[in-house]
Design a protein around this ligand. Sequence first.
Ligand code: NDP
Length: 476
Amino acid sequence: MNKSDIGIYGLGVMGQNLALNCSQKGFAVSVYNRRDACELTAANDFLCKKCKGKKIFCSASISDFVDTLSMPRKIMIVVKAGAAVDEVIEQLIPYLETGDIIIDCGNSHFRDSARRLSRLESLGYYFIACGVSGGKDGALNGPSIMPGGSFRAWEESGYLLQAIAAKDSDGNPCCDWIGPGGSGHFVKMTHNGVEYALMQILAESYDFMKRLLGMNTDEINSVMREWNTGNLQSYLLEISADILLIREEDGSSLIENILDCAEQKGTGKDLSVTSMELGVPSTTFYEAVGARVVSGMVSERNRASKVFGGPGAFTGDRESELRALKDAVYCSQLVAYAQGFLLMARASEEYNWGLDLAMIAHIWKNGCIIRSSLLEEIAETLKDRRSPDILLEPPFSESINNMQAGWRNSVTIAVNHGIPVPALSSALAYFDGYRSERLPANLIQAQRDYFGFHGYERIDKPRGTFFHLSQEGEGI
Ligand code: NDP
């Protein structure tokens, strides 16, 4: 029997579509799902209908599954992140041979990936901690792929990952080697942080148009479609506009009947914790996670809405507010991307990964959820630049200088009318902190020293020399 080029363990949304993608690219694929896959409705449907006539083979046991693969075996694990990945690796190990490759395509935590890499390499196998973005359509037609871990495994399997990846406008694959350790999953986690922020920014702009400017879904849709033809063009904006057009059977907008309680699977939280540990301000990501948590307080919000009143209705000029909002969305999205690149630069330094930020921006140009015209411009700008700080680069610094008045106006008017804009306003607060030569942290240092004798540095002395308000410490 001819052996398969690739094995896929896990036939959920992503596993099924990655299997079809591999098959469409001419690879023979073996698939496996825990339990008897044919007992599972989704997997059964997949195996009976979508796989018909394709070189996709389902095995009934793990030993058969592993046995159907050509050497060195390449096995993608596409299961729920966390303990399931460890369980699957342990199930596979007894059947592996030296040089076989495991590719974890889920949203695993980068520290778990580093641990799995060490364990598998110590046993003579290779491991790729592989970030994949693009949802089900990306998995099927070409996702953005961020592989890191064992470089030897990349040499063996990179051709396959690049074949199934999205392509940029020049036909280059949106997949390249990220670096050692868990760097591939770190970069995917950062991608998801930016994704959280961009989604929140668009949700706030929808709320601004709806509740503040009193626009209906058709009117908001046409604004978003117009935005999507210019410098705000993005996948997330495109799908947001599309969503607004979906109707119920009675002709009303579906969006108004969707419960306003946003879920999260954990990468936003992981990213917030990690960026705080690394000392990087990812404020737009924190606010996006926080806004989802507030949205989850459904019954509390219901009670509070009956207790508290808010400011009066907007009576100004809608068109000028829409122009300002467009600038606010652009600048806030720019800050979200900038915070993502700063985070990766810091992680690269801390873990010695040697991340190539320009290459990562290139990988995100197509296939992934955060693809946009702004990201294409960032990718161009990062080429040949040493600094990860994109806000300082002329095309962006000039845009912010031209647009900051509109940005401030939108945040002010939203606050004055009681519309929450945590992402738009935190991006602006970050920008104002970032451009301030002097911040009030001098008072914080003095307070810390006053109650805790922590010491402060002086502006007229070299950094690293600490002083105290009182030499005695406590009791001043
Ligand atoms: P699904 O929920 O659709 O499928 C999960 C898969 O994991 C199923 O095949 C399930 O098997 C399997 N599984 C769960 N627990 C175990 C276990 N203990 N042992 C073996 N198999 C197990 O998830 P997705 O396909 O959406 O996601 C898979 C991974 O890809 C996740 O890490 C996710 O975060 C990531 N991802 C998802 C994206 C998306 O848009 N959906 C985008 C990018 C990444 P069973 O059917 O038997 O329950």
